[in-house]
Design a protein around this ligand. Structure first.
Ligand SMILES: [Zn+2]
Length: 426
């Protein structure tokens, strides 16, 4: 076995740039699945400066050398569907309690914990799809993370999210009508309000616009799924147009064709959930290059409890999801990793969707790609999702080979984000 030589000197030069050398046991190329053994990665400040040839002798003046020779190094994971300001809402009561009994400052304090957990789970970037009644607190969390006030992943935020009047909790018909209830998102009626709301959210710092395109899902006698579309055509087209003309992207919660087709026609870049999509949806997604965030685990997680409480729709989705996933994958639909964590408890695993994808027919590498190169592509972030010279130094270390055993992603041993180590090996 060749020994790797790293000449390490504490730099006394005047440069403020910090150099870290990572001695990696093996490095995973998530594009090809190739594992390169005995590689040195040089990190300068927050970027990957150099990646050595496998087994090559490296002479570098480094401020710090980190021994990761027992690990597989891969890019930091990206979760494209989270809710850092939610702490699980299996039942509507779980949800209502958070909006009614917890102030936004209190929920934001709890969210700092969610952000820390995500980073410890190996997710160095997340797209957070709605604060669920916590206003623009996601923008504050992003600011606090970027300024180093709290640890957390890179946040891509969508602020309040948008639905139409009367179609989102808290619901008037479950409380005394005299009350002015807090709402889980921004409600609009009409194309002008739709445009205004998009403009307000972008002005407040939204990176993405999130809409809820449908509700009231039903399974038809022929086995297909339908729902009620939330927006008029004018409303949803106004949202899409206003989003795209500001060079932002649109994410659509859309479960059946009644939401999915309208959202894609309005310019959505990703369909969230999509449990009830049909062949026409799959074809349109392929044609318009739209990503699918399947959020598989969250549906299974709530299915049993909700069925017992008299609402079996999530159970039906669970039953049909394996066949749908296989069909969509075979058709070549692009999938980005999205968990909806926050919709389920942050202490639950964030890596479960990888396991479901493999169970439903993806290779482990394909599953890994959903949370790396695919997710970076959806986010429009070419410097994320891959270990490459010039990319941001967002990397994780795993014991063993995750392309052979996807379950290893549940135990991330070491995390670096933006050139800073946030978790060291167990
Ligand atoms: Zn969600």
């Amino acid at each position: 076995m060749r020994l790797l030589l790293i000449l390490c000197c504490i730099s006394l030069s005047t440069t403020a740039q910090k150099i870290i050398a990572l001695k990696c046991g093996q490095v995973l190329d998530v594009r090809t699945g190739q594992l390169s053994k005995n590689v040195t990665i040089v990190v300068k400040d927050n970027k990957i400066e150099m990646i050595s040839q496998p087994g090559a002798m490296v002479k570098i003046k480094a401020d710090t050398v980190i021994d990761l020779s027992e690990y597989t190094i891969m890019p930091g994971l990206i979760d494209c569907h989270t809710h850092v300001l939610l702490q699980g809402d299996i039942t509507s009561e779980d949800y209502d309690v958070q909006l009614l009994k917890e102030s936004v400052p209190y929920r934001t304090i709890r969210a700092t914990n969610s952000c820390r957990i995500a980073l410890q789970n190996g997710f160095t970037a997340i797209r957070d799809l709605g604060t669920e009644g916590a206003g623009y607190a996601d923008v504050d969390l992003k600011k606090a993370i970027n300024k180093g006030v709290i640890p957390g992943p890179r946040l891509f935020v969508s602020t309040l999210a948008i639905n139409t009047t009367g179609h989102y909790p808290l619901s008037e018909n479950t409380y005394a009508w005299e009350l002015h209830l807090p709402k889980g998102l921004a409600e609009i009626t009409g194309a002008d309000e739709a445009r205004k709301t998009v403009r307000e959210q972008i002005a407040h710092g939204a990176d993405w616009i999130k809409i809820y395109a449908d509700r009231s899902y039903t399974k038809q006698p022929d086995g297909s799924y339908r729902s009620l579309p939330n927006f008029t055509n004018d409303e949803i087209m106004a949202i899409g147009d206003e989003t795209i003309r500001s060079h932002k992207k649109l994410a659509a919660h859309a479960v059946t064709r009644d939401g999915i087709l309208a959202a894609i026609n309005a310019g959505a870049s990703s369909i969230e959930h999509g449990f009830g999509m049909d062949d026409e949806c799959i074809q349109l997604m392929l044609k318009k290059n739209v990503y699918w965030c399947p959020t598989i685990y969250v549906n299974d997680y709530v299915a049993e409890g909700r069925a017992k409480a008299g609402s079996p729709i999530n159970k039906y989705f669970s039953e049909t999801e394996p066949a749908l996933f296989k069909k969509a994958a075979a058709a070549g639909i692009k999938i980005a990793y999205g968990t909806d964590i926050g919709g389920y408890d942050w202490n639950q695993p964030q890596s479960k969707d990888f396991e479901y994808m493999v169970q439903y027919g993806y290779t482990s590498l394909q599953a890994i790609q959903t949370a790396t190169i695919n997710a970076a592509d959806l986010l429009g972030q070419p410097l994320l999702g891959e270990i490459k010279t010039g990319n941001f130094a967002d990397m994780i270390a795993i014991k063993g080979d995750p392309t052979k055993d996807i379950k290893l992603l549940a135990i991330v041993q070491w995390v670096m984000k933006d050139g800073v180590v946030y978790k060291t090996g167990k």
